[in-house]
Ligand binder design. Structure first.
Ligand SMILES: [Zn+2]
Length: 142
């Protein structure tokens, strides 16, 4: 029977949206919340995936992002700043909206799950919650 499991992760991160004109163009941070949902038929143990294994896949990604600035490579102002300051930064090739972060995390998690050979997983859904009232969600058949 198709079954869905989920685990929540949290991290703190700064970003900005240079194109924005209503506030998000300023450097600011969020207490991000990530829900990773895995759907599949439980294996002989009764597990879609061991939560410990899921944590082992996702936690390194979260650690990398935590207390960093997520910098769009096309954001010249910030790229210039980080050239001369040794602060924690992660460069990406997209505007750092919740939608794009969700897609990015989904790709990263899917790639690592394939390597971990989680055979029971058939579908992955990732929800990135940026504020108490907003989230972006993406899914991928696996
Ligand atoms: Zn923001």
């Amino acid at each position: 029977m198709t079954t869905r499991i989920a685990k929540e992760f949290r991290w703190e991160m700064a970003h900005r949206l240079p194109f924005h004109t209503a506030g998000c163009q300023n450097i600011h941070g969020h207490s991000y919340k990530l829900w990773v949902e895995l759907e599949g038929t439980p294996d002989y143990r009764g597990m879609v995936m061991d939560y410990i294994d899921l944590k082992a896949v996702v936690e390194p990604i979260i650690r990398q992002l935590d207390h960093s600035f997520l910098c769009d490579r096309s954001d010249e102002l910030m790229v210039q700043f980080f050239r001369t300051n040794t602060l924690k930064v992660n460069y990406v090739d997209f505007p750092t909206t919740a939608e794009n972060i969700a897609q990015y995390l989904l790709r990263e998690i899917a790639f690592r799950l394939r390597e971990s050979q989680s055979v029971a997983v058939r579908r992955i859904r990732v929800r990135v919650q940026e504020t108490e009232r907003t989230y972006a969600e993406v899914a991928l058949d696996f």
